[in-house]
Design a protein around this ligand. Structure first.
Ligand SMILES: [Zn+2]
Ligand SMILES: [Zn+2]
Ligand SMILES: [Zn+2]
Length: 359
């Protein structure tokens, strides 16, 4: 009411019949809004003009004919929707029930007549009431009325419920009448699918780096402290306490180390398990920051080799090293399928490994 008083400042009369009652009397309406059923709603031009720049320019347009009665037509929407629209202009309010019934029409009216406060209410209200049955209609309206948040919400709902939406009348109508929008929707669905795939791939990569990181922890732990069946040669494994906390990974590494020490085919013979172990040693060397005290086999040798080949940079390997170095939480062991299996040409004595370990 305070707002209303401001809008009408100087134009309303205060009638005071008794010292106790003060009645505010609205000035006479000077304008009518014509609705689609021919019903007219009396309004005040100043209030309409102050709420909507579009209505303001219509009101201020010079009259073609001199007539005492001025009319603004708001056709194409139900009478009740126009009535709620006018009510909102006067009071900045509309009920949830009115939003439920006339939300779509109110969005159109608020967009056409540029009433941002109402448009915001409608965008939120319609987004909350979005259903499979009306999503296509609301999407079309959101696109026409330049309501990007609502448009995106509709698109997301469409792409997650597409099978059900395809059965709706709205979708069938759209297919026959708006092939461009149909294409836009199908493209959005396709893009969101590839977005999901990308996310899934990234998560898998993260898991892999975490697994490799745990493998590195286990390798260092086996080579320095020893675990159930493999450890440094100066350690009595029979006195060892038992499985460690990451034993599922640790056990896998122990088996690989044992295999690596005894395999006759070896890396150069194309043994896949030996290649895995070889890569784990290399990866360890790439992230090891204590090569002098390190007890992991080949650590120093790989470091020297890496320094010699520094100019021949392998970006993919460096990336892997960086990712593994940053990932520290893991559950099991697996290795990346690298496109190009690079095998360092280094002499390695398997007997030496057997000697340096309790195998
Ligand atoms: Zn262990
Ligand atoms: Zn082997
Ligand atoms: Zn090391």
């Amino acid at each position: 009411m305070v707002q209303l008083k401001k809008k009408l400042s100087g134009e309303f009369k205060v009638r005071s019949n008794s010292p106790l009652a003060v009645v505010v009397e609205m000035p006479e309406s000077d304008l009518q809004v014509l609705t689609s059923v021919g019903l007219r709603i009396p309004v005040h031009s100043k209030i309409l003009a102050s709420a909507s720049p579009v209505l303001e320019s219509i009101i201020e347009r010079p009259k073609k004919r001199r007539s005492s009665e001025r009319t603004i037509p708001m056709l194409g929407v139900p009478y009740n929707a126009v009535s709620v629209f006018i009510q909102f202009i006067y009071s900045s309010k509309c009920t949830e029930e009115q939003m439920e019934k006339y939300g779509i029409h109110l969005l159109a009216l608020s967009h056409v007549y540029m009433v941002p406060q109402l448009k915001q209410r409608c965008t939120k209200g319609l987004a909350q009431r979005l259903k499979v049955e009306n999503v296509v209609d609301v999407l079309q309206l959101a696109r026409m009325c330049d309501a990007p948040d609502l448009y995106l919400k509709c698109m997301k709902m469409l792409s997650t419920n597409f099978k059900a939406v395809e059965e709706t009348e709205g979708w069938k109508f759209l297919q026959n009448h708006d092939p461009y929008l149909e294409l836009e929707i199908l493209q959005f669905i396709e893009e969101s699918e590839s977005r999901k795939k990308r996310t899934r791939r990234l998560r898998e990569e993260q898991r892999l780096y975490a697994q490799l990181s745990e493998a590195m922890d286990c390798l260092e732990h086996i080579c320095s402290e020893g675990c159930t069946s493999v450890g440094p040669n100066d350690m009595d494994l029979s006195k060892h306490k038992g499985p460690c906390s990451k034993f599922s990974t640790c056990h896998g590494i122990q088996l690989l180390i044992k295999h690596f020490g005894t395999c006759t085919k070896r890396v150069n013979g194309g043994c896949v398990r030996c290649k895995r172990m070889w890569q784990l040693f290399r990866l360890h060397s790439s992230i090891c920051d204590q090569p002098d005290e390190c007890r992991v086999p080949l650590c120093r040798a790989f470091k020297v080799k890496a320094q010699q080949a520094r100019c021949r940079s392998d970006a993919q390997w460096k990336l892997l090293v960086r990712k593994v170095a940053s990932a520290r939480v893991i559950s099991s062991l697996s290795l990346p399928k690298r496109k190009r299996e690079e095998e360092p040409r280094m002499a390695f004595n398997h007997q030496g490994l057997r000697r340096s370990f309790n195998l």
